[in-house]
Write a protein that binds this ligand. Structure first.
Ligand SMILES: [Zn+2]
Length: 425
């Protein structure tokens, strides 16, 4: 048996009873997956109509558990069904007065992509042993279902959670969160407190041991190199912008030396500064191009400011431009500054680690990633959040699947958090 710090190695009868209830939820998991998957929630930016139907269904399920509050925050979006994007926040009081455990999952999904790559209809689940296959079953129904069923188990067992619990089912995670978490935090920030334990089950590893607490800052840059177009047989009459762009790409490698700090929390442990896309230039082989455009994708450790990288890239571009006698324009295409990581010893990290150890016997560790999770909005608002779930690497792919056994074990881990059955202090 895994060692449980609060009970010294033996699980209490309450926890045992809750766990065995959760273990009996296989049919419920399949049933919920079926209902959620059939209610297609694709955002208008991805060609869908939003989360209206799915939210209506989930609102009823939350109501079944008799919450103390159940709010629907509507972010108006004319392109969506109903004219808004729904965000559901429900809360249950706890036995004690501890901080609230919030679990935030998202209702929207990404489109299925090329249907010929799917073995069956992406909106009708299929069950193969421990696997459920369908669009959204992992991303993010697993989070919705595990956080919900674990509370249901506690209530059905005749108990109340020890900590107050909050479940948030939000819109628009897949297309930027402007109608989802970002909207909630800018209009209803007071639902959350800094002392709350905020978990976002929307990313993790197969073993369930990765607790993501920090992200690199993101910066996308566009470089436009302007030379002079001419016939390829008379190169002296023009200025070859492709040669200029190549010189610049090689010179930009110096950024890696300037921003060379390492941080073992992150994978990889250094900032990444990579040239990626290059736009098409001339249409034929016998013309020397006069304009070339390429991009740099920068994922910057929180040790550096995004502006430092921007400034340094500008200097290199000016230097190369002077050397080759071409004008080079540097533009910022996208930035997300992530300067506020969740501390490695934050209560949510310690509580999760302890619950993971109890349920699976495994040692979890906090990690930083390359950027792009919804938890960044919490952190920016000064709310320490952790991204965690037990997850195969198949989100957004054809034949997306989840393991029923992972839903069950994640639900047990949430139950430990709700029952404060953790060594988090
Ligand atoms: Zn997701």
């Amino acid at each position: 048996m895994a060692l449980c710090p609060p009970c010294g190695g033996a699980m209490t009868p309450d926890i045992k009873g809750i766990f065995s209830r959760i273990e009996g939820y296989k049919d419920e998991i399949i049933g919920l997956q079926k209902e959620l998957t059939s209610r297609i929630a694709i955002g208008p930016k991805n060609g869908g109509t939003g989360e209206y139907e799915k939210a209506r269904y989930l609102r009823e399920r939350l109501g079944d558990l008799k919450p103390e509050f159940l709010e629907e925050i509507k972010a108006s979006d004319e392109q969506a069904e109903g004219g808004y994007r729904p965000n559901l926040l429900a809360g249950w009081g706890g036995e004690g007065t501890g901080s609230r455990v919030w679990v935030l999952s998202h209702m929207d999904i990404v489109p299925p992509g090329d249907l010929s790559l799917w073995q069956s209809d992406p909106y009708k689940i299929t069950v193969e042993g421990d696997r459920i296959i369908g669009r959204g079953v992992l991303d993010n129904h697993q989070g919705i279902i595990s956080s919900y069923l674990s509370l249901k188990a506690i209530l059905e067992f005749g108990l109340r959670p020890v900590r107050p619990v909050g479940l948030a089912f939000v819109a628009d995670e897949e297309t930027g969160s402007a109608f989802g978490l970002e909207y909630i935090l800018s209009h209803h920030r007071d639902f959350f407190k800094e002392s709350d334990l905020i978990v976002v089950p929307d990313g993790g590893n197969e073993e369930g041991t990765m607790i993501e607490i920090a992200e690199k800052s993101m910066l996308w840059l566009r470089f436009t190199v302007l030379g002079k177009q001419c016939h390829a047989s008379m190169p002296d009459r023009g200025k070859n912008s492709l040669v200029g762009a190549s010189r610049l790409i090689v010179a930009l490698d110096r950024l890696k030396e300037t921003f060379s700090k390492k941080d073992g929390l992150f994978r990889p442990e250094y900032s990444t500064l990579e040239p990626t896309k290059i736009e098409a230039n001339v249409g034929n082989i016998n013309t020397i191009p006069g304009k070339d455009v390429f991009y740099l994708d920068c994922r910057i450790l929180p040790h550096y400011g995004v502006d430092q990288v921007l400034e340094e890239a500008g200097k290199i571009a000016a230097e190369v431009g002077a050397e080759i006698g071409m004008s080079i324009e540097v533009e910022e295409v996208y930035r997300q500054e992530n300067s506020n990581p969740t501390p490695v010893d934050a209560p949510v990290v310690r509580a999760l680690s302890s619950a993971i150890k109890l349920v699976t016997g495994k040692d979890a560790s906090p990690r930083g990633i390359g950027g792009g999770t919804v938890a960044a909005f919490f952190r920016k608002a000064g709310l320490p959040a952790a991204v965690w779930m037990t997850s195969p690497d198949c989100a957004h792919q054809p034949n997306e699947y989840c393991h029923i056994s992972n839903v069950i074990s994640d639900a047990k881990i949430f139950a430990c958090l709700y029952m404060d059955h953790v060594d988090g202090n």
